[in-house]
Design a protein around this ligand. Structure first.
Ligand code: DON
Length: 572
């Protein structure tokens, strides 16, 4: 199958209030996608860049475990993939140890102490959309550095200096710019200079094949390796960061940094056929929404309907519509609001939710409201997957939110800052940059975490580790993870094919299906339109960039590195 790849650039229509959108692509053909992923006997890292996967594997070969490799990969992505890899953002990790213990970890950004519910509204109560997207006010208190130290303390095995040493060398010696990276530096140059002046390492003068050295980031990482999280949250690095933020209109202070803590959380766990899915719970909506969709479609014979057939698309769309409607009302930071996870995932509730579904016609989103629950209980991102030779598994998704986050670049320290504040619901009913709406549960409050869609996920089959996966893509993250699991489980694809094949997405509002550019024939689209489905035809972005590992029946590992990006699997 010929496969065109669309290099994507996350363009935020940050100056355009009425056009919340996901991604805009630049079409650029690259070679055919591989039909099978890298096979390895022992261990593997799959991430958005070859250099980062290599460093992860180097740490494994030095005797480190999957958690040491997680730290190294996370930091290496901050060097070679500033688009989303970060020190100035946050993320989530789901893990399973070699002994089968499961857990999840939240190093998501937090709202500053001085944040307040209406901080993005003007005197007339109108939402000023730019302010939550670009510049100082968009920045949430970063969690990544606290995250790596917490993971290290609980699960790591090698000394932090050993783990960070190859990353520091990478920042100092440099990495070679890829085609898509050079295109992105071109694309973002005007906004970078508008926000930062010319004080930014990443300019449109950088061409494909150039070597970029980030000495400031090497120095920052060295301080962190030496002084621990203290450097970032209380020491020199933190002081420099806060003084930069202050100059750029942020309300973040040293008190915010000192108060930041990453949190171990209960993962969301549910069953689908003979699989056990382990995913991220609040403050991410990922696990709950994924669980709702999977439980709604479980009774149907998907493999009989056929991959990407009209019936398959209808089923997923209708389940997605209903789950994303629930997301808008019930999901938020569970440290602040009670999230009725068990009710949202209960089979009784979900089968009721699908009662009005029929293959004859679409259910318009205006007829779907968030469900009424019986409150039976007290209530540009990047993903990497790692499995080590002992069988420890990590799925981690980390982000600055939009491409290069708030676009604010701390030159002195060598990294970008997030614009994660846009993931809050700034005003009920106002869509964020991914078109997602929310209400009370995701309203802004000091120290609260903004609701995420990130869905780092592990899958067990017959009590053994079977798959680790995740993806970037804002609101499309959940549906990309969903389709990848189904591709392998229902349609017997190998891991690489499961990642390669074209995806589609629906999220309740806006009431439309988006399709990737190839693989959905016009006749199929026409037949869906006849049934009342609204198709987004203007924009055909790529959807997600899944990086996954499958444990095959013979115990070997198959990587699925998404050909939609520069992603790479490295293993041994
Ligand atoms: O947490 C979230 O859901 C978003 N901040 C993720 C952003 C994202 O995936 C952007 N990448 N394409």
């Amino acid at each position: 199958m010929k496969y065109s790849i669309y290099l994507f650039v996350l363009i935020l229509f940050w100056s355009c209030k009425e056009a919340p959108t996901i991604e805009q692509e630049q079409h650029s053909e690259i070679p055919e996608a591989p039909k099978i992923g890298l096979i390895a006997d022992h261990a593997m890292v799959v991430s958005a860049r070859e250099e980062a996967s290599k460093i992860g594997v180097e740490i494994l070969k030095k005797g480190g475990n999957a958690f040491d490799a997680m730290i190294a990969t996370e930091m290496a992505l901050a060097v070679v993939y500033p688009y989303a890899g970060n020190l100035g953002g946050g993320g989530f990790m789901v893990y399973r140890t070699q002994y089968g213990e499961i857990g999840s970890f939240d190093y998501r950004e937090k709202a500053p102490l001085k944040a307040h519910r209406d901080m993005y509204l003007d005197e007339d109560g109108d939402y000023q959309s730019d302010r939550s997207k670009v510049g100082g006010l968009a920045v949430g208190v970063p969690g990544t550095v606290a995250g790596i130290f917490e993971v290290h303390q609980k699960l790591g095995s090698l000394p932090m200096e050993v783990i960070l040493q190859p990353v520091i060398e990478l920042a100092r010696n440099g990495y070679v710019v890829t085609v898509s990276q050079a295109e992105r530096f071109q694309q973002y140059d005007s906004i970078f200079t508008k926000v930062n002046g010319t004080q930014i390492l990443y300019r449109n003068t950088i061409k494909k094949g150039d070597t970029v050295r980030n000495l400031q980031l090497a120095n920052t990482l060295e301080k962190i390796a030496l002084q621990g999280r203290y450097a970032f949250y209380e020491g020199d690095v933190g002081e420099a960061l806060v003084s930069f933020l202050k100059k750029n209109g942020s309300i973040i202070t040293m008190d915010d940094l000192a108060a930041y803590e990453a949190e171990w959380r209960e993962p969301v766990v549910f069953e689908y056929d003979d699989l056990r899915i382990i995913s991220m719970g609040p403050p991410s909506s990922g696990g709950v929404v994924l669980g709702q969709i999977m439980k709604m479609i479980e009774p149907y014979p998907l493999s009989k309907h056929g991959h990407n057939s009209a019936k398959y698309i209808q089923l997923l769309t209708e389940a997605e519509r209903r789950a994303y409607a629930d997301r808008s009302k019930f999901l938020g930071d569970s440290d602040f609001v009670s999230v009725p996870i068990d009710s949202l995932l209960s089979e009784r509730y979900l089968s009721k939710r699908m009662e009005d579904f029929s293959f004859d016609a679409a259910t318009p989103s205006e007829e779907i409201q968030p469900g009424s629950l019986q409150w039976i209980e007290s209530t540009e991102t990047t993903h990497y997957s790692i499995i080590d030779s002992l069988g420890n598994a990590v799925a981690a998704t980390t982000t600055l939110n939009a491409a290069y986050g708030s676009k604010l670049y701390v030159s002195e320290l060598g990294f970008f800052l997030n614009n994660e504040m846009d993931d809050f619901s700034a005003k009920p009913g106002e869509p964020n940059m991914f078109g997602l709406i929310g209400g009370e549960a995701n309203a802004i409050a000091p120290q609260k975490r903004m609701l995420s869609s990130m869905t780092p996920t592990l899958v067990e089959k017959r009590d053994s580790l079977w798959m680790t996966l995740g993806t970037p893509g804002g609101s499309t993250i959940i549906t990309s993870v969903l389709q990848t699991i189904l591709n392998v489980h229902e349609f017997n694809m190998n891991m690489q094919q499961g990642v390669n094949v074209p995806r589609f997405h629906h999220q309740w509002l806006p009431d439309e299906i988006i399709f990737e550019p190839e693989g959905f024939p016009q006749t199929l689209i026409d037949s869906l339109q006849k049934k009342g489905y609204i198709i987004q035809a203007k924009q055909t972005p790529i959807i997600g960039k899944v990086d996954a590992i499958l444990v095959r029946d013979d115990g070997t590992l198959e990587g699925g590195a998404d050909p939609r990006g520069d992603d790479a699997a490295i293993g041994y």
